[in-house]
Design a binder for this molecule. Structure first.
Ligand SMILES: [Zn+2]
Length: 125
């Protein structure tokens, strides 16, 4: 989960990929966006009734993967939620809410194994 590259994508750029039906190539008539933290789910429907659902990140047992990674990364890097959230808010970056952050931090330590391994290569502050 940690080793897979992740990207920041502008919503309007992303939505360009959902203008046409992936099955028939027809115009998409309905588009529904559901946001949770940094996760985005897009459901489309074309005039031929083809429905497609796309999610921006894989789902873990407790939360979408990047939401869990962000919560763990704040914790393991010694940062505070308020500071990182403020940075995200400044550029309108989709980011977990504070209650979700604290909830996701309660994930089993095994969820953060990849981050613990990465931290060993960092020099102490
Ligand atoms: Zn279609």
């Amino acid at each position: 989960m940690c080793s897979v590259p992740k990207y920041i994508v502008f919503e309007d750029q992303l939505l360009q990929l959902f203008k046409r039906c992936a099955i028939s190539g027809e115009d998409v008539l309905e588009k529904d966006l559901v946001k949770k933290g940094s996760a985005l789910k897009i459901t489309t429907l074309c005039k031929n009734s083809h429905s497609k659902e796309w999610v921006s990140q894989p789902n873990g047992k407790r939360a979408a993967a990047r939401n869990l990674l962000l919560s763990g990364a704040i914790l393991f890097t010694g940062n505070r939620f308020s500071r990182v959230s403020e940075m995200a808010s400044t550029v309108n970056l989709a980011f977990p809410s504070e209650p979700d952050y604290f909830n996701w931090q309660k994930a089993p330590i095994s969820s953060y194994k990849c981050m613990l391994a990465a931290r060993k290569s960092f020099s102490p502050r």
